[in-house]
Design a protein around this ligand. Structure first.
Ligand code: LLP
Length: 446
């Protein structure tokens, strides 16, 4: 099979197949039927893949000699139904705003399995977290530490906290999604003594129960080296603080950031191998520093939902500039997936209604926003396309819908879950009349 033919099979797996109509089928559901029913753009989540991805993390962590906790980073994609799926799989979640906390709560997600992140949590957000008696607050800075100290004292309420430290390690990824280097807005700096001060303050607090430390070095990281370097920094400090003031690291959260494959040209990755290696290296470091094995928390977002998402668009206009470029336009773009414009991210796509047709022409896929930079995919081989064809863009489950906007007043797409031949509308499509929920007409006397 030639490369072009092989491309037709990228993203196909147990749950993602081609049916007898030559349509893309996910979990036994014809994606063209879904597009006809719900309209386009349409985001489809293959829930079995979400469950399999979680299972892979569980298998990878099974060899860690103490307890572990998988805390899904909701920011990658959240919906009430997704929180319910995560709960069915018996994992935890992290939230980064009052909005995500609200949704998790509405989903009935167990409060003790919710952990709260963020570099500027507001007073109201901290109150909401205390009201809901969540599992941990991951404290990011002195302002928050002080506010939380005062709040818990006033309420005479205890809460478990984890101190987020910045290990001073540069991860090999896009600079917009690196977080572990010293010049970062997140966390207490390990090298200049601020992290130690925060740990001391939390340890002597009456109402804050200090569980341990958190680090997160960035996102879409493929290797293990920067995790190991960062863990080494964190554990060395944990040992020093144990000796100097009896700090006990009951929990170590090493963040998320595990990379996924978005296109056939990306190297195939094994999250299992990556996490297994990190966990084994962690055990070596713990032994080296003679530290007790903490509960190991990880916070994957992208690697749980990314490969489970497919976006279906309808193709409309075309513009051929001979010798230069063939543009084809879709009915969405940067309003439902800002990642190409923001991080230069690459995607791969097929014609969902003609999966096996040979890819004979090179096209560039333009979004519909009034912005030259709204190009979803550059230089993609596709069959000759015509208006009305459906384009399936693969592996869009991570941070695409989650970062969607109403730029150009384009309504956000619907989100459908599919599993075992069944479909379910998780988030309904926005309609232009929804904009009126926020609008007021100018008063006559204004
Ligand atoms: N934990 C913390 C503290 C984080 O800041 C993040 C991501 C995660 C966990 C989850 O990382 P993941 O496993 O999903 O890589 N919008 C960007 C990604 C931003 C990531 C922000 N923090 C993108 O579309 O690539």
């Amino acid at each position: 099979m030639g490369y072009k033919e092989q491309l037709n099979y990228f993203a196909l797996k147990e749950t993602v197949t081609i049916n007898e109509k030559d349509h893309l089928e996910i979990a036994g559901v014809d994606t063209i039927d879904l597009a006809n029913k719900y309209g386009t753009p349409l985001v489809i989540y293959d829930i079995k893949t979400v469950r399999n991805n979680i299972e892979e993390f569980k298998n990878a962590l099974a060899t860690y000699p103490s307890e572990y906790e998988i805390s899904y980073a909701s920011k990658a994609f959240s919906s009430i139904a997704m929180y319910q799926v995560l709960d069915q799989e018996n994992i935890s979640v992290d939230v980064v705003s009052g909005g995500e906390l609200f949704l998790a709560k509405e989903a009935g997600f167990p409060s003790e399995k919710i952990h709260f992140h963020g570099n500027n949590k507001s007073y109201q957000e901290l109150v909401a977290a205390l009201d809901y008696e969540i599992g941990h607050i991951i404290v990011d800075n002195f302002h928050e530490l002080k506010m939380l100290e005062q709040l818990t004292k006033k309420r005479e309420q205890k809460i478990k906290v984890i101190i987020r430290v910045t290990p001073g390690v540069t991860a090999d990824t896009h600079k917009y999604i690196m977080t572990g280097h010293t010049d970062s807005k997140f966390g207490f700096d390990l090298k200049n003594g601020q992290a130690e001060e925060a740990v001391r303050l939390a340890q002597k607090s009456e109402f804050l129960e200090l569980s341990g430390l958190h680090m997160h070095i960035g996102s879409q990281i493929f290797g293990t080296e920067s995790y190991v370097l960062a863990m080494d920094q964190v554990l060395r400090s944990a040992k020093e603080w144990y000796i100097s003031f009896g700090f006990q690291m009951k929990v170590l959260n090493i963040g998320g950031g595990f990379g996924i494959q978005h296109t056939p040209d990306d190297e195939a990755v094994s999250v299992k191998r990556q996490v297994e290696t990190i966990s084994q290296e962690l055990v070596k470091l713990l032994d080296l520093y003679d530290l007790a094995y903490p509960i190991l928390q990880i916070e994957p977002g992208r690697s749980i939902v990314g490969t489970a998402g497919t976006t279906i668009y309808e193709i409309g206009s075309k513009k051929a500039i001979p010798g230069i470029r063939n543009y084809i336009s879709i009915d969405g773009g940067m309003s439902d997936n800002i990642r190409p414009a923001m991080y230069n991210s690459k995607y791969f796509a097929s014609l969902a209604n003609r999966m096996k047709d040979e890819r004979t022409t090179k096209v560039s896929v333009a979004g519909k926003a009034c912005e030259s930079g709204d190009m979803l995919i550059m230089d993609l081989d596709l069959p000759e396309v015509k208006a009305g064809d459906k384009l399936a863009v693969f592996h869009t489950g991570d941070y695409a819908f989650a970062m969607a906007s109403n730029y150009n007043r384009i309504p956000r797409p619907a989100v459908v879950f599919v599993e075992n031949g069944r479909e379910f509308l998780s988030i309904r499509r926005e309609e232009v009349k929804d904009f009126m929920r926020f609008e007021n007409h100018l008063p006559v006397d204004f």
